[in-house]
Every structure is written in structure tokens, then in C-alpha cells.
Design a protein around this ligand. Structure first.
Ligand code: CTP
Ligand code: ADP
Ligand code: MG
Length: 194
């Protein structure tokens, strides 16, 4: 912590108030920025695609979903609302084409707008899958998004990429590079450093 902010803060304190030390100021404000950049931590720039599905949008759950990811400490780097095309879904759900539920999945996912987001952070893919919960809401633990807000597998409110490799493919399928913002949250020091 530079000496100047400590002196400045002590000058502003009322007479009789004990001056704060540099250690106390560091504790109050988080680690100083020069030491708090998280860019040196491996995996901190990992990204995942999260999409609020049409039922999640209709049920006004967008805010709840964003809130859970934000409060966990992840960082939003891209966000848009869109009416998804069948072409995009055919690529997104390429592994499910032969499933009996695929036609109804397409109808579901095109039934209304979707909110697509890209979230960034350490182990964000795995952590987000844990936060979203099992595909089948009956198997999703209470406290997870699907466990708290959904009942049936065909209306499970939210999508999240299931591996880092799949996440990269899904992000480039849903977003243009120019739609994603590289930025560093000012509280990185508190999230990533003990
Ligand atoms: N019997 C099933 C199985 C799946 N689905 C729908 O198909 C989606 C994709 O299935 P899958 O990829 O297996 O589930 P998740 O990865 O959990 O969901 P998503 O890929 O949408 O995140 C599910 O979320 C669900 O909306 C369905 O309607 N009926
Ligand atoms: N047995 C099923 N019946 C109906 N829909 C399903 C079923 N399995 C999966 N789905 C739908 O397909 C989506 C994608 O499946 P999958 O990628 O396997 O799971 P997840 O969404 O958890 O990644 C699920 O979220 C769900 O909407
Ligand atoms: Mg899936």
C-alpha cells in the first residue's frame, strides 16, 4: 500500500480517532491494485456459455440467474437477448439430433426469446454446471437453479456448457468476438487472493 493514501486518510479522520495503519487500510480496501490483478492466476480467464431458456425468460428468472453467478464471484463478459434460429440450435444440440425429444427441444427453444451470456472466471465451466444442477430437475439438488426453479426436464430454464472445450465452441457459435468485453473487475484481489 502506498504511503500517500494512508496519510491522506489519517488527515481526514476526526481528532481523537486513532490513525489507521497501512495494514488496516489494506484490510479495509482489499489488496492494493498492483498486487490484486488476477491475470497471473491460471484459468482465471476461462469462459462458459449460459443461456436463460424461453421458460426462464417467460418466468422472469433472468435476474435470479445473473444474481447467482455474480454473487458467486464470476464476471459477465457478454450478454444479449435473441430469438434463436433452428440453424443455430441444430449446431448447438448436434449431439442430440437422434434423441426422441429433439423435435420438441427445438420447439421449446424457439418458443420465445433466450438470454445468452458469457461468464468468466476460475473453473467457471464446472462451477456453473454445479450451480445449474442436474439436467433432470427431479435430480437437481435444492440450491441449484434447476433444483430451485424447475420441475420437468423439458422445461429446465437454463443452459450451461458442460466442458471447457464445448464452452469454446458454443461461445463462438452464439457470439461474435466483438460482442465480448475484456475487462477486469476491481474486486479480483478479494475473489482470487487469500
Ligand atoms: N428428455 C429430455 C431431455 C432433454 N430435454 C431438453 O434438452 C436439453 C438438452 O439436453 P442435455 O444437453 O442432455 O441437457 P443439459 O446439458 O442439462 O441441458 P442444456 O444442454 O440445455 O444445458 C435439456 O436441457 C432439456 O431442455 C428434454 O426436453 N427432454
Ligand atoms: N430425457 C430428456 N427429455 C426431454 N428433454 C431432455 C432430456 N434430456 C435432455 N433434455 C433437454 O436437452 C437439454 C440438453 O441436454 P444435455 O446437454 O444432455 O443436458 P444439460 O442441459 O444438462 O447440458 C437439456 O437441458 C434438456 O432441456
Ligand atoms: Mg447439455
Amino acid at each position: 500500500m502506498a504511503a500517500a493514501p494512508v496519510c491522506l486518510l489519517n488527515r481526514l479522520l476526526l481528532p481523537g480517532v486513532r490513525p489507521v495503519s497501512r495494514v488496516q487500510l489494506t484490510w479495509l480496501c482489499g489488496r492494493p491494485r498492483s498486487h490484486s490483478t488476477a491475470s497471473g492466476i491460471p484459468g482465471v480467464k476461462e469462459r462458459t456459455l449460459v443461456a436463460v431458456k424461453p421458460d426462464g425468460v417467460q418466468r422472469r428468472l433472468i435476474g435470479q440467474i445473473i444474481k447467482r453467478l455474480e454473487q458467486r464471484g464470476f464476471q459477465l463478459v457478454g450478454l444479449k437477448m435473441l430469438q434463436v434460429s433452428e440453424e443455430l440450435l441444430a449446431q448447438h444440440y448436434a449431439s442430440l439430433h437422434r434423441k426422441p425429444f429433439y423435435p420438441s427441444l427445438l420447439r421449446y427453444m424457439t418458443s420465445g426469446p433466450v438470454v445468452a451470456m458469457v461468464w468468466e472466471g476460475h473453473n467457471v465451466v464446472k462451477s456453473t454446471r454445479m450451480l445449474v444442477g442436474n439436467t433432470n430437475p427431479a435430480e437437481a439438488a435444492p440450491g441449484t437453479l434447476r433444483g430451485d426453479f424447475s420441475v420437468h426436464v423439458s422445461r429446465n430454464i437454463v443452459h450451461a456448457s458442460d466442458s471447457a472445450e464445448v464452452a469454446q465452441k458454443e461461445i463462438s457459435l452464439w457470439f461474435q468476438r466483438s460482442e465480448l468485453i475484456d475487462w477486469e473487475c476491481c474486486d479480483h484481489g478479494n475473489i482470487y487472493h487469500p
